[in-house]
Design a protein around this ligand. Structure first.
Ligand code: 5AD
Ligand code: SF4
Length: 514
């Protein structure tokens, strides 16, 4: 009989976007059903999993160097299983075994449901397991699509950003094929989930205490599903879930500029629980670059879309992504991106240096001809400009009162508590998220881990238009909508106070104390 005993401790590391955060939540939920427990100490775990990202080279590098550190760990833990799943697994496949021979399993984005079985089989049989989807050209569209199975059965509340916030996948994959992007390969064909399934999931989450849901997909506003003889778009889906009891706020990311239709904007305007916040990546302010990226719109079309957003949803915050140093980007092209940022005054922008990805059209056909130092300078310049805009626009909130959905203790409060405890446990055991260069990593913080003794602490929350607000208050406010008067700001944060009310004896009126 093979010895497949193990200590049932699971270490999982998650890199990348919200999609990955949700995937990890689901994988952990499934393994917990099998009796696994999370640990944040990799050296204690007999099961080590990496949920990976391939969007930029940087993210892959970090995973390979993490794997490198585990090279000899099986000497002490012969029954340890090391698994790599997610986008890098789908993209690199066998290459991962070649580069890191101690890895036992490589599981693509479409095979996550198989992870519990593969973990125990590879421990028992001491055989490597490779489970990935078909390549985009590996069969008919339907065959390829069904090899990327959506995986949304179980939820694990302890793995969420906070107990009150949850991601809900409404679609998988992408069919846009922007020339620089690996996602259509790693996540497969675009497929929307049935609206009834999404609505049921939102109800279940609300029943578990979730107050804010974020609908996620690579191009969420391209959502389209035929059910009950009608075609459901994102606007219809928002309306369907809007009145779910317990849900206070609904967000959705990420949007594709060309699919930002007026029906969706009117839904954002008319449905009070929907955040007035849209993430709509522009990528570049130059038509020549957008053309080489095959984004499918011109800068004027993007401007026209911004005009409609401002007209239909006044006060709506818009954020963006930009790639600098894409193949052939000249100084003039870059200046055009600078002008677009100036003009649109984004709430924030994630700015990335172009990173060639194997298997993409840009990598095959276009030269990565912008020197690294130029990419770095352009990145810094655009970031400086965006930071100035953030500061100026945040300053416009000083003196105003905003409704904030309280998430829990701020990072500062959590750090202070950690120092007090003289230990540094990660708020979500076992989940450690890298800071990526562009800052597009979702950080998981669990406010419930903080339960200070006496006195208010610094709390954090977000406004309806997704601005971060910190203020002092009781951690029990987490999950509630609270009015905050804004006194000060930084480029990233509004700083304020809870609006308190004091009852006067005579005459009987309630005055806000500000
Ligand atoms: N290089 C740099 N940035 C990229 N992105 C996607 N692919 C690449 C790449 N090859 C950026 C885009 C996208 C964000 C998630 O990552 O800006 O919107
Ligand atoms: Fe990548 Fe373009 Fe699809 Fe976004 S829309 S995931 S950038 S291919």
């Amino acid at each position: 009989m093979p010895d497949d005993s193990h200590n049932q401790l699971l270490f999982i590391e998650t890199v990348g976007c919200q999609m990955n955060v949700l995937d990890s939540e689901l994988v952990v939920a499934a393994l917990r059903e099998d009796g696994y427990e999370l640990t944040d100490q990799v050296q204690d775990a007999d099961t080590v999993l990496f949920n990976t990202c391939s969007v930029r080279d940087h993210a892959e590098h970090k995973i390979y160097s993490q794997l490198g550190r585990l090279k000899y760990s099986k000497r002490h833990r012969p029954n340890q299983v090391i698994g790599v799943f997610g986008c890098m697994a789908q993209k690199d496949q066998e290459l991962i075994f070649q580069r890191a021979p101690h890895v036992d399993m490589v599981v693509g984005t479409g095979q996550l449901a198989e992870i519990p079985r593969l973990v125990s089989e590879s421990r028992r049989d001491r055989k490597r397991a490779l489970a990935v989807s078909l390549a985009r050209t590996g069969g008919s569209r339907d065959e390829v699509a069904s090899s990327f199975e959506s995986y949304d059965p179980l939820r694990d509340p302890t793995m969420r950003p906070t107990p009150f916030q949850a991601f809900v996948r409404i679609m998988i994959g992408c069919d846009k094929f922007c020339t620089y992007c690996v996602v259509p390969t790693t996540r497969g064909p675009e497929q929307s989930r049935p609206p009834s399934q999404v609505a049921t999931e939102v109800r279940t989450l609300a029943g578990q205490g979730v107050r804010e849901v974020t609908l996620i997909g690579q191009t969420v506003n391209s959502y389209s599903h035929v059910e009950d003889g009608r075609t459901w778009r994102l606007a219809d889906l928002l309306e369907l879930i809007h009145d779910t009891d317990g849900i206070e706020r609904i967000k959705f990311v990420t949007n594709f500029p060309r699919d930002m239709d007026n029906g969706l904007l009117e839904a954002v305007r008319d449905l009070p629980k929907v955040s007035r916040y849209l993430h709509v990546p522009a990528q570049s302010g130059s038509d020549a670059v957008l053309e080489r990226m095959k984004r499918g719109y011109t800068v004027d079309e993007y401007r026209e879309m911004m005009g409609r957003i401002n007209e239909i949803v006044p006060g709506c915050a818009v954020s963006s992504d930009f790639i600098v140093g894409f193949c052939g980007e000249t100084d003039e092209d870059f200046e055009a991106s600078v002008r677009l940022v100036q003009e649109c005054r984004f709430k924030n922008s994630f700015i990335f240096k172009y990173s060639p990805r194997s298997g993409t059209k840009a990598d095959e056909r276009l030269a990565d001809d912008v020197p690294e130092s130029v990419k770095r300078d352009r990145n810094a310049r655009l970031l400086d400009l965006q930071t100035r805009i953030c500061e100026e626009d945040n300053a416009g909130f000083i003196g105003r009162t905003v409704d904030v959905l309280v998430e829990g203790p701020s990072k500062m409060a959590q750090k202070q508590r950690k120092r007090q405890l003289l230990t540094a446990p990660h708020p979500v055991p076992g989940v450690v998220l890298f800071e990526d260069d562009g800052g597009d990593v979702v950080s998981l913080e669990d406010p419930q881990t903080t339960d200070p003794v006496g006195g208010p602490i610094q709390l954090v929350g977000r406004t309806d238009c997704d601005r971060i607000v910190v203020f002092d208050g009781n951690p029990r406010l987490a999950g509630s909508l609270t009015a905050i008067s804004v006194d000060d700001c930084t480029a990233t944060t509004l700083i304020g106070r809870i609006v308190t009310r004091e009852v006067q004896h005579a005459p009987v009126v309630e005055l806000p104390v500000v």
